[in-house]
Design a protein around this ligand. Structure first.
Ligand code: PEP
Ligand code: MG
Length: 322
């Protein structure tokens, strides 16, 4: 089977009835690029920049960040690279920031919330990204967006840094797509309004599921509530994809669900445009999608959206796929 998949490395991902989707990879450092190329990634759908900040005792400089972003953009040779701005807090701590302990870190001062407050950290990262933008096809995305005002504020800070760099005589790419992660239910529910202002969505199901079900993704005792195939989650995913398409934007997914064989048929049917997963899942996913008709999966999606339980959804998918 592995050798069958290997033949798909340089092929586009097209369903049996001719619908193209993009299979991209999640990475944490420039060292992950080889795996992406070897496994036929059509882009980077999530570059988690946290690793640049972790395992050290001070913030990375603008120059260090610039080098890392440039290496990834050049390494991908013009293919899309979605870089997520710093998503620290929750399960990822930075001891040198000395942030006060919180009762509910996953509901607390993290990601874009921290960046909008500690603007020095944010602006340094944005400058590094803007400077690197001329080396490839950069798209920037903000994590943990809960309100339109957060997005607008982050966007205006980016715009300010862009103007400063231009005034300093630095080169910056003309057009950089700007998107958000949809990982908080408020944003999924209001996706039609967000879609008027963002260039794209990337659904972060790892967090979206924990917040929708109110079940800590690190807590074993409540892990039975971690249900990617729940009709409630699938309905939110549908809302986000439909909202994007209504405004001519694209919708991707970068949570674990995007690479999950049981979820992929339904996501294809819901019209997801980009699936971002660990590089080692890409060829298997491509092989799966090549065997599916999008029109059939649309029917399947319609069916499961109207079911009552996760168990029913899983049964329906298995029956259809096997
Ligand atoms: C997510 O929440 O789905 C996601 C991709 O982000 P992370 O796993 O880094 O929180
Ligand atoms: Mg997340």
């Amino acid at each position: 089977q592995k050798s069958e998949w290997a033949k798909l490395v340089n092929e586009p991902t097209v369903s049996a009835d001719g619908h193209h989707v993009e299979l991209a990879a999640n990475i944490g450092t420039p060292n992950d690029l080889k795996g992406v190329i070897d496994n036929g990634g059509e882009g980077i759908g999530l570059y988690r920049t946290e690793f640049l900040y972790m395992g050290r005792d001070q913030l990375p400089t603008e120059e260090e960040q610039f080098e890392a972003y440039k290496a990834v953009l050049e390494g991908m040779n013009g293919k899309p690279v979605v870089v997520r701005t710093l998503d620290i807090g929750g399960d990822k701590e930075l001891p040198y920031l000395q942030l006060p302990k919180e009762l509910n870190p996953f509901l607390g001062f993290r990601a874009i919330r921290l960046c909008l407050e500690e603007q020095g950290i944010f602006r340094t990262q944005l400058r590094a990204l803007l400077r690197a933008s001329i080396y490839g096809n950069l798209k920037i995305m903000f994590p943990m967006i809960a309100t339109l005002n957060e997005f607008r504020e982050a966007k205006s800070i980016l715009e300010e840094e862009k103007q400063k760099l231009i005034a300093e005589g630095q080169k910056v790419a003309d057009k950089i797509e700007l998107g958000i992660m949809v990982e908080i239910p408020s944003t999924a529910v209001l996706a039609d309004q967000f879609a008027k202002e963002v260039d794209f969505f990337s659904i972060g199901t790892n967090d979206l599921i924990q917040y929708t079900m109110a079940a800590d993704r690190m807590n074993q005792r409540v892990s039975y509530l971690y249900q990617p195939y729940s009709p409630s989650i699938l309905r939110l995913v549908k809302m986000v994809i439909d909202a994007a398409h209504a405004e001519g934007k694209w919708a991707g997914m970068c949570g674990e669900m995007a690479g999950d064989e049981t979820a992929i048929p339904v996501l294809l049917g819901l019209g997801l445009d980009e699936f971002s997963m660990s590089a080692t899942s890409i060829l298997k996913a491509r092989s799966l999608i090549k065997g599916l008709k999008k029109s059939d999966m649309e029917q399947l999606a319609q069916e499961v959206l109207n079911m009552q339980t996760t168990e029913q959804v899983v049964e329906a998918i298995n029956k259809r796929i096997k």
